[in-house]
Design a protein around this ligand. Structure first.
Ligand code: EPU
Length: 440
């Protein structure tokens, strides 16, 4: 199987990129479509490995789900006939645990394995299971089989307050509450724009959901009705990747169909670093400057600086003047790219960062007796050179490909199927910008 890129770096990438639909909205919308009792069509669905895997998984459950045109997916949930999620598919795709919602409504009980996904930390689903239990679902983990066994004896009801926010947790509990009893209240929820997009889709179809800051209220309805193909928002993470790619190679780029408010904190940081940002007619324009300034970031859930952006930011900072730090607060293992980048000459090191109240500072479940290294320091600017790089997780993958494109000489990037889990037509888009990249 072709799973590597050969990249000849050192060219200034320039041109225009039309963003694809957001991975982290499309996946949830596909699962939410199984809550309907009729066919649903989703528009602007990215053709990426994660979507393709999810469609396989859904078909394995008996439902029909496939692309009907380049970026439209049709889901027909009426033939859903299995309440046990296949272990192999589930291990490949983390959002598989969100199938609890449609399966419980269809079968009243279901079996869902402990989820897989990117290796960016322990990624437990304890808050999510706790939330389901609070809404009345009986959930038990069977350590012999590795499956969660869930049962719903009546309509979900009540309220839940997340101890710490969870993006997919918020979305799953919303889906679970759509047909709930009376009004269900969810507190301390996540704020990600993809959640708003999911709420918009469900409300468009007859659900009654309101969201104010971190409070979500859902009044149960009897059914969802499909009205028209629902258009998924464009991918803000893809936007950030291409912006960093253009700037790190000294080029310029126009990002089409972007919603600027979805990346406003990133834009603020870019401006602090001295980059030029211009906005015109649904597009953002960026042009490399002589020298960027080093700017430190710490990741937090939306509306903060998103964890998915920091690997891209790190590449940009290798080209900036001075020393910057990245403090990762959301996941406990999101620096898999660091040792790889050092192979290209990047000057980066891990630093121990003592914080006052780590249990509050970090969004993962901080354990007292465990050693965490959540901060890196980057010195720039450095001239990167080619090398052999191995991808361990999706966003790290995009940053390694970016580094290889910014570096002088040839690089081989291995494990690109991981990158292609989340980036549609990466090779095509980079080539259009003038990058020399080939899949082998
Ligand atoms: N967490 C728990 N227990 C839970 C739920 C979460 O400990 O029950 C921890 C997580 O391990 C993490 C933190 O809480 O350390 C925040 O996790 P969250 O649940 O918010 O993240 P997620 O829903 O698993 C989604 C995206 C991620 C994105 C984060 C943050 C999807 C499919 N994934 O993950 O996207 O980084 O939210 O916005 O929507 C990616 O696209 O590459 C990616 C990893």
């Amino acid at each position: 199987m072709e799973d590597s890129y050969i990249i000849k770096g050192g060219r200034k990438l320039a041109g225009s990129v039309k963003l694809s639909g957001a991975k982290n909205a499309a996946l949830k919308m596909i699962i939410a479509s199984l809550l309907f009792s009729e066919k649903v069509v989703l528009d602007n669905v990215p053709r990426i490995n994660d979507v393709i895997e999810l469609l396989h998984l859904i078909r394995a459950l008996g439902a029909k789900a496939d692309f009907i045109s380049q970026n439209q997916v049709e889901i027909d949930p009426t033939s859903l006939n299995l309440n046990k999620v296949d272990l192999l598919y589930a291990s490949k795709i983390r959002v598989s645990f969100m199938l609890f919602a449609p399966l419980l409504y269809k079968f009243a009980n279901c079996y869902v394995p402990n989820p897989g996904g990117c290796r960016i930390g322990a990624r437990p689903i304890d808050r999510i299971v706790d939330g389901m239990k609070n809404l009345g679902v009986i959930v038990k983990y069977n350590s012999r089989t590795g499956y969660y066994e869930a049962k719903m004896t009546g309509k979900p009801a009540g309220s839940y307050r997340f101890s710490k926010p969870s993006h997919t947790g918020t979305e799953l509990l919303i889906m679970l509450s759509v047909f709930g009893k009376g009004k269900i209240t969810l507190e301390n929820c996540s704020h990600e724009p993809e959640i708003d997009n999911l709420i918009e889709f469900l409300n468009d179809s007859g659900a009654k959901i309101t969201k104010k800051n971190s409070l979500v209220e859902i009044t149960g309805v009897d059914k969802l009705a499909f009205k028209r193909p629902f258009k998924i928002i464009s991918d803000r993470n893809e936007a950030v990747t291409y912006i960093c790619l253009a700037l790190a190679t000294g080029g310029k780029i126009r990002i089409e169909n972007i919603i600027p408010s979805h990346i406003s904190v990133f834009l603020d940081k870019l401006k602090q670093a001295g980059a030029e940002v211009k906005e015109k007619e649904n597009s953002l324009f960026f042009e490399a400057v002589e020298s960027l300034k080093a700017v430190s970031v710490e990741t937090t859930p939306h509306p903060g600086f998103m964890t998915d952006w920091q690997p891209n930011w790190a590449i940009l900072m290798t080209q900036a003047q001075g020393r910057s730090t990245i403090n990762e607060r959301v996941f406990e293992n999101r620096f898999s790219y660091v040792e790889e980048l050092k192979k290209l000459g990047a000057r980066m090191r891990f630093v121990e960062n003592k914080v006052d109240k780590p249990q509050e500072h970090y969004f993962f479940n901080y354990k007292k007796n465990k050693r965490y290294i959540q901060t890196i320091e980057i010195e720039g600017p450095v001239k990167l050179h080619g090398g052999v790089l191995n991808i361990a997780d999706l966003r790290a993958g995009a940053s390694l490909a970016t580094a290889a494109l910014a570096a002088r000489g040839e690089s081989v990037v291995n494990g690109v199927s991981i990158l292609e889990r989340g980036y549609e037509d990466f090779v095509g888009k980079v080539s259009k910008l003038g990058g020399e990249i080939k899949k082998i």
